[in-house]
Design a protein around this ligand. Structure first.
Ligand code: ZN
Length: 430
């Protein structure tokens, strides 16, 4: 057993504790307060101890990029083409994923919602040291591709290492791998309404419910997507046509994100990625389903695309479960969740900093289905935490200390063990 002490402990599930302590035994937190529960005490000084940060949405395959693809304000369909071009030149590989894990650890993140193209991501996460729900990206705009994708999803949930390269006998279809694991779980990601045929979605939702795994879908992300749903036309249709992926009936003409939300509400859990253009009725629907449905706001990626102002305050007021994500380095400069929190606070001064911290911790853990193990500092949960250096000032609300300025990472613990970027780089194959 040992105890960490710092100027502030932010348990998230309880108010900040000045001169707080976190006592750890084995992998778990056993006490949080102001009196050490036992063992040696490591005093971190003018620092804050937070739960390990949760990045609820990213694509680590792009972690080698040094700058986003395209210039700020790039049209969404043009950006998608840049993504396709990049993937053609640099197919996803385990090295890029490991770099992304490394960058995440270095910035205090201990749990991710990772969208994966193939098996590279889950192999990297199996090795640890941090945790993830790895969502298999599913793209099926044509009838034939939709059938193949359904098989891929079934194979992935059964734990087939090839992610569907080898079909399994039909009799094994119900034998999904257990969802409970300490560092790696599976999920499905039907990519978006313009890349997944409408009739495929309920089948993937049924798989999610049967296997008890979450779904993540990019929804209401761009004006172009809303136009595509409403009319079947616009830049996204042209993008699909140029790639030979256009086939009538991808989405019903006149559809809205709300039509998708009604279907998604039947899934085990759903992460609505972005939700930048959800209207009032749709926000109310997501709020009413907060037990199983969350929105993931990606603050700096949102600003990169110069989308319409994000309705963060309205969503929070309505009761939407909101998590934060970085999205990938194809649309943001790095994977720091502290930077995402600070950008969100700057863009939304109407949202209390306490809520923004919750979005990057407990809300993300809840959205990903890890809230019984991660996302807050309380006895019984895994000892996943980050210590950051604090500025000397003393605001009325200590949460404000986290929302601006440079906050160097002093230490990261996952399951009670210190982890660092170096640990990962020194692993075999790292
Ligand atoms: Zn994304």
């Amino acid at each position: 057993m040992f105890t960490l002490r710092a100027r502030y402990v932010f348990p998230v599930c309880a108010p900040p504790i000045c001169g707080g302590t976190v006592s750890i035994e084995g992998q778990r937190v056993i006490a949080v307060g102001s009196v050490p529960a036992g063992g040696p005490v490591h005093d971190l000084g003018d620092a804050a101890i937070l739960p390990g940060l949760v990045n609820a949405h990213t694509h680590l395959e792009f972690s080698r990029l040094e700058a986003p693809l395209g210039n700020p304000g790039i049209g969404f369909a043009y950006w998608l083409q840049r993504v396709i071009d990049y993937r053609t030149s640099f197919p996803p590989d385990e090295g890029a994923i490991r770099q992304g894990i490394d960058q995440s650890v270095a910035s205090g993140t201990t749990l991710l919602g990772e969208i994966a193209q193939g098996s590279a991501s889950h192999e990297a996460f199996h090795a640890g040291p941090i945790r993830a729900t790895v969502f298999l990206e599913l793209i099926g705009p044509t009838g034939q591709r939709a059938e193949e994708v359904l098989q891929l999803a079934q194979d992935f949930l059964r734990g087939a290492s090839s992610c569907g390269g080898q079909s399994q006998p039909a009799a094994q279809k119900a034998c999904f791998t257990p969802t409970i694991a300490t560092n790696f779980r599976r999920g499905l990601s039907p990519h978006s309404p313009y890349s997944v045929r409408w009739e495929l979605l309920p089948k993937l939702v049924a798989l999610s419910a049967e296997a008890e795994v979450p779904l993540a879908i990019h929804l209401a992300e761009s004006r172009e997507e809303i136009e595509f749903l409403a009319t079947g036309r616009g830049p996204l249709r042209e993008f699909l046509r140029q790639r030979g992926a256009w086939e009538a009936g991808i989405a019903p003409i006149g559809a809205r994100p709300l039509d998708y939300l009604h279907v998604l509400a039947q899934a085990h859990r759903t992460l609505v990625i972005h939700g930048n253009y959800l209207d009032e009725e749709e926000i109310a629907f997501v709020a009413a389903h907060r037990q199983k449905m969350a929105v993931v706001y990606c603050p700096r990626s949102h600003s990169f695309f110069q989308h319409a102002r994000y309705r963060l305050g309205e969503m929070a007021q309505a009761g939407v479960l909101i998590a934060l994500g970085s999205d990938s380095r194809a649309s943001t400069t790095d994977l720091s969740m502290l930077a995402e929190m600070q950008h969100a606070a700057q863009q939304h001064p109407d949202v209390p900093p306490q809520q923004i911290l919750a979005m990057a911790t407990i809300n993300g853990a809840r959205a990903l289905g890890w809230m019984h193990l991660c996302g807050s500092l309380e006895p019984g949960k895994l000892a996943d935490l980050v210590a950051v250096a604090l500025p000397a000032r003393c605001p009325d609300d200590p949460h404000e200390l986290l929302m601006s300025g440079d906050l160097p990472i002093l230490a990261v613990y996952c399951g009670g063990l210190p982890v660092s970027a170096t640990d990962i780089l020194s692993r075999p194959g790292g």
